[in-house]
Design a binder for this molecule. Structure first.
Ligand code: FEO
Length: 170
């Protein structure tokens, strides 16, 4: 049994992670529609990772005998007026998610819920990587994205990303 507040926050986070998957799928669809299949691929895999995050949280809650409540996932409502828009929205979103994870971590700390803190350690590290990936993508896009050949090569690079299952196993 987990601390009530911590369990509630984790349950809410399941929804946020599925929303992240939805948001990145929306980015992916936008890029495929624009003919940038590499960017589309990169965000499709990002969406799969977000689904994995949600599933890990569900598994953790189940392992601790907690009830899962699945709520409505909001519709992504971003408008894209340039190829760089999703990249910037993505970084902003990852920073927001980092704040959410830290908030759950702080609640677990307050409740002396050391098990959840240990579980969340993986997510704290993952958020650092996600923010770095989003920042790197923006840097590369700003360097090469305004040149058609540069954009083509960057798109090819992003097409090479392949899905890998999360390193955290519960
Ligand atoms: Fe589930 Fe991109 O954080």
């Amino acid at each position: 049994m987990l601390d009530k507040k911590v369990a509630e926050l984790l349950n809410e986070q399941v929804n946020k992670e599925f929303y992240s998957a939805y948001l990145y799928l929306d980015f992916s669809n936008y890029y495929y529609n624009e003919g940038l299949d590499g960017f589309g691929n990169w965000y499709k895999i990002q969406a799969q990772e977000e689904r994995d995050h949600a599933m890990l949280m569900i598994q953790y809650l189940q392992n601790n005998g907690e009830k899962i409540e699945l709520n409505t996932i909001n519709k992504p409502d971003k408008e894209y007026s340039s190829f760089g828009d999703p990249l910037n929205f993505g970084l902003e979103h990852e920073r927001y998610v980092t704040g959410l994870i830290h908030n759950i971590y702080a609640a677990a700390n307050d409740a002396h819920d050391f098990r959840t803190m240990q579980f969340l350690d993986w997510f704290v590290k993952e958020q650092g990587e996600e923010e770095k990936n989003a920042e790197d993508l923006i840097k590369k896009f700003n360097l090469f994205g305004s040149d058609p050949k540069g954009l083509y090569m960057l798109d090819n690079e992003l097409a090479a990303r392949v899905y890998a299952a999360p390193s955290l196993v519960l």
